[in-house]
Design a protein around this ligand. Structure first.
Ligand code: ADP
Ligand code: MG
Length: 620
């Protein structure tokens, strides 16, 4: 962006003034916001309570008032159905990918055509992006109150195993919260920066980052060279963390004190709270004792070790795999950094230093390192650290048009150049022979608001039912900033490509205006996108139901046929409506009605058709 500064309040471009870029750790359990205070990274506290951690919990009441953090967490045991936690586990994922998460106390819904997940709270449906944005807004507000400054720019961290979709969803959440997300940084990279690793350009090092949080575990092995971090390998378990240790303490108590198995939700929550307290207390080498329903429950440090051991052993399997994949030996690892609240467990620290035959680095608070590192990265991006030259990045996002005129980003803004990124798509009409690929640059959700860079047609796709062809679209930017777009139908190897040389046609002002518009319109854009997506879903279901009726003509009972037909009628009726939640509940209802029928007549071609998004036909 050069030296252009954006005044988001006025929607104008100003002379550059000193600005603060915050670093955000958007965690599964807890989130934090940090900034650079004359060369020192600091976590921004709550103004009144002085607490640093913001529980990643959201509560929405009947009047749609939103609570975030500690206040929301209190509602967990009172109104579990409208209190959302662990939303990071859903971010950027499809329903199929989270099918195994069944312990959530709130309701998940899916859109079949896109596989997108929605969270239902009373009669409203929320996107994980929207909910994550609520946490980010809260952090933004906290920073603004404490620093007495408008905060617009941010760096947000994500686990190194996050894929392209999860990273894009994190960016979108930032945008929705009114933040210009300058960079998505890997959590282990941020942790390294917090420890000062990577701040000296001459330094070469191998770093292992062991991150055990509330609900997830991961280990990453990084190579630092010439000021650049490379993730050599990463392994982990998305269902292993401090919460599981708490649960194991409860099981231990159940056995030891013969507690009743059937307990109320309130009792269960109280036990969970006691177990976490006991863990922290016993870890501090004190004996925990408290009363639960007339029974004195206790935990000492040796009992805690017995409980923790099997979990620790599971993390070791990942560690060994990560070392193997990195093609290094244990001795090659120069630093072991601990991240996440659960690495405060003494037993884990001891075992780890034994395994690596090296002392583990614990000088920084493991709950804070990621946010602190994000603030340091933000400071580098702000140009305050003169040792770092800014590398070439893409000034705006690049993507293609999908059904309904939606922008599908393939390379995100601020990606390092050169870069190559690909995504899979499919057709939306039976027998579709051609696929128009229109390439756009910009940050808005609808392509009509972005800049068109070019288009071409992938021809001669062999006729197949909609959803069956697999078309990979690859964007490649070479070191000179030239964009090549390649489309390939995988089954038949049909290829077509285009080269775009004029990506830099836009002036800095135009790009700045694009950013202002995208943030100003984020809320409307997201609801327009949501409406288009649900309408796409309706069309998809109608086509699918009709095909299903035709294909299974002889197998379906009369009653089943009329159920499906009435669904088609309902969907046709609701198609023109602009009430997103209303359409969604009809879609849900139809899904429920037809699910059992579909189960009875399992059709694998339909399963297959669920993969990928569609692109409209060119009618050629
Ligand atoms: P996330 O990265 O998932 O957002 P955190 O890094 O904030 O999570 O870690 C939260 C976990 O750390 C919780 O399970 C909590 O019980 C645990 N924890 C916090 N303090 C301690 C402590 N002193 N000893 C043991 N576990 C702790
Ligand atoms: Mg974390």
């Amino acid at each position: 962006m050069g030296k252009v500064a954006i005044n988001f309040k006025e929607g104008t471009i100003d002379q550059a003034e000193e600005e603060i870029i915050v670093g955000i750790d958007l965690g599964t359990t807890n989130s934090l916001v940090a900034y650079m205070d004359s060369g020192i990274a600091r976590i921004i506290p709550d103004q009144v309570e002085n607490t640093l951690l913001v529980p990643s919990v959201i509560f929405i009441d009947e009047e749609n008032n939103i609570l975030v953090g500690d206040a929301a967490k209190k509602q967990l045991s009172i109104q579990p159905n409208s209190t959302i936690y662990s939303v990071k586990r859903l971010l950027g994922k499809s329903f199929q990918e989270v099918a195994n998460i069944n312990s959530l106390t709130y309701q998940l819904k899916t859109e079949e055509s896109s596989g997108a997940i929605k969270i239902k709270i009373r009669e409203k449906y929320y996107d994980p992006i929207e909910l994550s944005a609520m946490i980010l807004s809260y952090l933004k507000k906290r920073a603004e109150q404490v620093l007495q400054k408008k905060i617009i720019k941010a760096v947000i961290t994500v686990p190194s195993y996050f894929n392209d979709h999860q990273r894009q969803a994190t960016r979108d959440a930032g945008k929705l919260a009114g933040l210009d997300v300058l960079r998505i940084v890997n959590e282990p990279t941020a942790a390294s920066l917090a420890y000062g690793i990577g701040l000296n350009k001459q330094e070469s090092k191998i770093v292992a980052v062991y991150d055990l949080g509330g609900g997830t575990f991961d280990i990453s092995i990084l190579r630092l060279e010439d000021g650049v971090f490379d993730v050599l390998s990463t392994h982990g378990d998305t269902a292993l963390g401090g919460d599981d240790i708490d649960q194991a303490i409860i099981s231990h108590w159940m056995q030891k004190y013969n507690l009743p198995k059937e307990t109320s939700q309130i009792d269960r929550n109280r036990l969970r709270q006691l177990a976490e307290e006991a863990k922290i207390c016993a870890n501090g080498n004190a004996l925990f004792q408290n009363e639960f329903n007339g029974v004195i429950v206790s935990l000492d440090s040796s009992e805690l070790e017995t409980v923790v051991l099997p979990f620790f052993e599971r993390t070791m399997i990942s560690c060994k795999n990560a070392i193997k994949d990195s093609k290094l030996k244990i001795e090659d690892i120069d630093e072991i950094l601990l991240v996440g609240g659960s690495t405060r467990l003494e037993f884990i620290r001891k075992q780890l230093s034994q395994f690596f035959s090296k002392s583990v680095n614990t000088s920084l608070h493991p709950d804070h390192v990621v946010a602190l590192g994000a603030a340091i990265q933000a400071d580098i991006l702000a140009g305050n650290n003169k040792d770092f030259l800014l590398i070439d990045v893409t000034p705006l996002s690049l993507g293609i048009e999908t059904i309904g005129g939606l922008m599908d980003t393939i390379i995100a803004r601020n990606s390092k150049v050169p870069i190559s990124q690909a995504r899979s798509y499919t057709t939306s009409i039976d027998g579709q022979k051609n696929l128009k690929i229109a390439i756009y640059q910009g940050e808005r959700e609808l392509v009509q608001h972005n800049f068109k860079l070019g288009e071409f047609t992938l021809k001669n796709i062999p006729p197949m039912p909609a959803g069956l062809p697999k078309i990979e679209i690859q964007f490649l930017i070479d070191p000179d900033g030239i964009l090549k777009v390649k489309a390939k139908e995988i089954r038949t190897n049909t290829v077509q490509e285009i080269e775009i040389k004029s990506m830099q046609k836009l002036s800095e002002e135009q790009m700045a205006m694009m950013l202002i518009d995208s943030i100003k319109n984020a809320q409307t854009d997201l609801s327009v996108r949501g409406l288009i997506e649900i309408k796409n879903e309706v069309n998809y279901l109608i086509t699918n139901y009709n095909r299903f009726l035709k294909q299974n003509e002889t197998i379906l009972t009369q009653e089943e046929k009329s159920t499906i037909n009435s669904c088609i009628v309902d969907l046709q009726k609701v198609k023109e409506s602009d009430d997103k939640d209303g359409i969604q509940s009809i879609v849900d209802h139809c899904n429920q009605l037809t699910e059992q029928i579909a189960h009875r007549i399992m059709d694998y071609s339909i399963q297959d058709a669920l993969q990928g998004k569609g692109i409209a036909d060119t009618n050629e």
